[in-house]
Write a protein that binds this ligand. Structure first.
Ligand code: GRF
Length: 203
């Protein structure tokens, strides 16, 4: 099977990016990482990607007039690299319509809560404060709304009485590093379709 070409967008640490890169390198995910793009020059993940010999680009939003101009520049860079699938991995920006239209149902995001509960920037803290007994992570297709598109994979973790936001986040993050490669394997290795919001695998 031909390897799919992935573009990964980050803003920070990049541990999900590292998990995807590793899963591609060992052949678990039938894809190759064509480029890693960061909107922040100081993102630790972009230094890691560079050292790893991956193609990288830093495109800070302040260099562009508005969100669409910024997104167009990112899409241009992705297209130059022949990217077919986009993985948002801790990328802290909402995508504009033209970006989503350039990759219809081909953009993934990971969120550290069981959507549709606790979308937004503080998924782990919100879940903890709500008092849920189970939380987890969600890999979903990206649409115009924040943390909203069709769900591909979810993984659960228990919430312990002794948890604080750091211990719960760490437990969830461990599962994120499995969930993202798992979602890519599913989407890239078998036929699937959307039925409303449902991602239905045909094999
Ligand atoms: C992860 O918790 C992810 O779910 C959220 O942002 C965090 C990114 O972490 N969207 P990392 O940069 O992948 O380490």
């Amino acid at each position: 099977m031909a390897l799919a070409r992935l573009g990964i967008l980050i803003s920070g640490r990049g541990s999900n990016m590292m998990a995807i890169v590793a899963a591609c390198e060992v052949g678990v995910v039938p894809a190759e990482v064509a480029v890693v793009v960061s909107n922040r020059a100081d993102a630790p993940g972009i230094a890691w990607a560079r050292e790893r010999g991956l193609a990288t680009a830093v495109l800070p939003q302040r260099d562009f007039g508005d969100r669409e101009a910024h997104d167009r520049a990112i899409v241009d860079r992705l297209q130059q690299a022949g990217v077919e699938w986009v993985c948002l991995a801790g990328y802290m920006r909402l995508l504009s319509k033209p970006f989503i239209a350039a990759y219809p149902s081909r953009i993934l995001n990971i969120h550290p809560a069981l959507l549709p509960s606790f979308p937004g920037l503080h998924g782990q803290q919100d879940a903890l404060e709500w008092g849920v007994r189970v939380s987890g992570c969600t890999v979903h297709l990206v649409d115009l709304e924040l943390d909203h598109g069709p769900i591909v994979v979810q993984r659960t973790v228990p919430v312990e009485d002794t948890d604080d936001v750091d211990t719960l986040s760490a437990r969830i993050l461990e599962q994120e590093h499995h969930a993202y490669p798992e979602a890519l394997v599913k989407l890239l290795s078998q036929p699937w379709r959307l039925e409303g919001r449902r991602v239905v695998f045909e094999a």
